[in-house]
Write a protein that binds this ligand. Structure first.
Ligand code: CUA
Length: 303
């Protein structure tokens, strides 16, 4: 919001900065007048009662009308911002995001794949998001790219319109308190030039394969353990309870932003996710060292 990167974020930032400036000016005016009166009418040792004023109609009308005009002006400005940021109603969404406690399911319905916690968008294009929630109310907000919007269970038709003027990684967060790990329900939006974005889409549509023999053994570990009951991997499982792992090796973080996606962190996460993110739904797994190494090699190779 303080570093707007899209037309709608710019519109919101203008309103925010304008209201802040106006509020600051009024605060300084009122504080200045109070200080002036305190000083101007301070006691000078005179014990006689000062002259009393029963009221001043003109002054009272003025200070009723002035704030009413300011509020009406801000209201009109707000309507303008709402118009600037309103998504079109008659278009199918480009991306469907579902809030879970505490991660984001990200579906690209046209391209036909699902990912999690990391959203890629093409630079300079308005992207329509449909927002929904799987369990409790969450809120989707990427401050540099657009307005925040609630995700409400049972109301799958909430939409928001985001864009990025420049390539980069923009951070988002759940902005509605949703339980223990609300603060670690982070989101990364990667804005890429069209060609790079197209390449990413194509990569996501293609099933990743184990990179080597160890990773191939890891794929067996994945299928023999209960991993397969909760996590989808293209060609192996369609389970939807946890984040889709088809291309987890290409993501920057684990646990919706709580740790960097490195082999060491992935091992810790599989063995003891609760040590890292208390309350997370995934149970810890005590694997043999060789199995854990193979599983980490496998997941890391899914790019
Ligand atoms: Cu989800 Cu706060």
């Amino acid at each position: 919001m303080l570093d707007p990167n899209s037309p709608q974020a710019q519109s919101i930032a203008n309103l925010f900065n304008g209201s802040m400036l106006l509020g600051t000016a009024i605060f300084m005016l009122v504080t200045g007048l109070v200080l002036y009166v305190l000083w101007r009418y301070r006691s000078r040792g005179d014990t006689a009662e000062p002259r009393q004023y029963p009221g001043n109609r003109r002054l009272e009308i003025a200070w009723t009308i002035a704030p009413a005009l300011i509020v009406a002006g801000l209201f009109g400005w707000q309507l303008d911002v709402m118009r600037d940021t309103a998504p079109p109603a008659d278009r199918p969404p480009d991306i469907i995001v579902t809030g879970y406690s505490w991660w984001w399911r990200v579906e690209y319905p046209k391209a036909g794949f699902v990912t999690a916690n990391e959203i890629h968008i093409p630079v300079g294009r308005q992207v329509l998001f449909q927002l929904q929630a799987a369990d409790v109310i969450h809120n989707f907000w990427v401050p540099d790219l657009g307005p925040k919007r609630d995700m409400i269970p049972g109301h799958p038709n909430n939409t928001v319109w985001l864009a990025a003027d420049r390539p980069g990684v923009y951070l988002g967060a759940c902005s509605e308190y949703c339980g223990l790990q609300h603060a670690w329900m982070r989101l990364r939006v990667v804005a890429q030039p069209q060609a790079e974005y197209d390449a990413w889409i194509q990569q996501q549509q293609t099933a990743a394969t184990p990179a080597d023999a160890e990773a191939a053994r890891g794929a067996e570990v994945f299928q023999n353990l209960t991993c397969v009951n909760c996590h989808a991997i293209t060609g192996i499982s369609n389970a939807q309870a946890g984040p889709d792992l088809s291309h987890v090796g290409g993501r920057a973080t684990l646990g919706a932003g709580i740790i960097e996606n490195t082999p060491a962190n992935l091992s810790r996460w599989i063995a003891n996710p609760h040590d890292i993110k208390s309350g997370v739904q995934m149970p810890g797994y005590q694997l043999s060292e060789a199995d854990l190494r193979a599983l980490v090699a496998y997941l890391g190779s899914l790019k």
